[in-house]
Design a protein around this ligand. Structure first.
Ligand code: GLP
Length: 245
């Protein structure tokens, strides 16, 4: 696992966007694994900019997203389908038919079957990841075990609290989500995880400095991925006492 320390969060986002853009330039029909959340929201404008400047073509690209809240319809402003449309897909020349965010409403079991089938269709060339304050990736919450395949996850109190900033109140935050499993994430050819801010310090310390796979910090599994890059800014690196070699 490679750790890159940038000058600031904007530089981290630019770098992650460049890594994704380079994959698409080298392989125009690449399959991208995409993420949501405040971190991803800061990365996508750089991909949109590349497209607007004529440096990136999404016409043959396909995407699959990590997760979706249970109970939120695609047109709910906090659903991850809505997030993806509004932060990326509506601003580039991607064919929406080639984008996939698992449904959060209707028959959850059926949605899961559909998600698993979709994941199995084609390998992901690069998977973007954020990290939860508790170390979750996708919505794979800490626990005594981690699930390999796409599944229904009960969200931890700490995740509900952290994500309540996007809702009017904690009560409005869905209590469950459908997420890719750890095995799905690890099957991507490349992983790029971006983290910033003091609230992520504990999880990132375990990821970057720890020497163990720790189910109570699911992000640590990416340590054993053959092509994983973690991008953090100088401020976060200093906070956790990480010194680049
Ligand atoms: C959500 C998503 C994760 C994301 C995390 C961190 O919980 N399911 O995939 O990594 O938020 O989000 P943020 O970047 O907003 O801190």
């Amino acid at each position: 696992m490679q750790v890159i320390v940038t000058e600031n969060f904007t530089e981290s986002c630019k770098l992650a966007a460049k890594m994704i853009a380079d994959v698409v330039r080298n392989k125009p029909d690449a399959r991208l694994g995409l993420a949501t959340g405040g971190t991803a929201e800061a990365i996508y404008p750089f991909l949109v900019k590349e497209y607007q400047e004529g440096k990136l073509d999404f016409s043959k690209v396909s995407t699959v997203n990590l997760d979706e809240y249970v109970g939120l319809a695609p047109d709910h402003p906090q659903s991850y389908r809505y997030f993806m449309d509004h932060n990326l897909f509506n601003h580039v020349n991607i064919d929406k038919k080639n984008t996939y965010v698992v449904g959060g409403t209707g028959d959850v079991e059926k949605n899961l079957v559909d998600f698993r089938r979709k994941i199995a269709e084609k390998p992901i060339d690069i998977q973007l990841l954020g990290i939860g304050e508790n170390g979750h990736i996708g919505f794979n919450e800490p626990g005594s075990t981690l699930k390999l395949n796409a599944h229904l996850e009960n969200l931890n109190e700490s995740t509900i609290k952290a994500n309540s900033r996007f809702f009017n109140s904690m009560d409005e935050v869905p209590k469950q989500a459908i997420t890719m499993g750890i095995g799905d994430i690890m099957s991507a050819k490349r992983l790029v995880l971006v983290a910033t801010g003091p609230k992520k310090a504990n999880a990132v310390r375990g990821l970057v400095l720890g020497d163990e796979l720790d189910c109570s910090n699911p992000s640590t599994v990416i340590k054993v991925h053959p092509d994983a890059t973690v991008i953090i800014d100088r401020e976060l690196a200093d906070m956790i006492g990480y010194k680049a070699e």
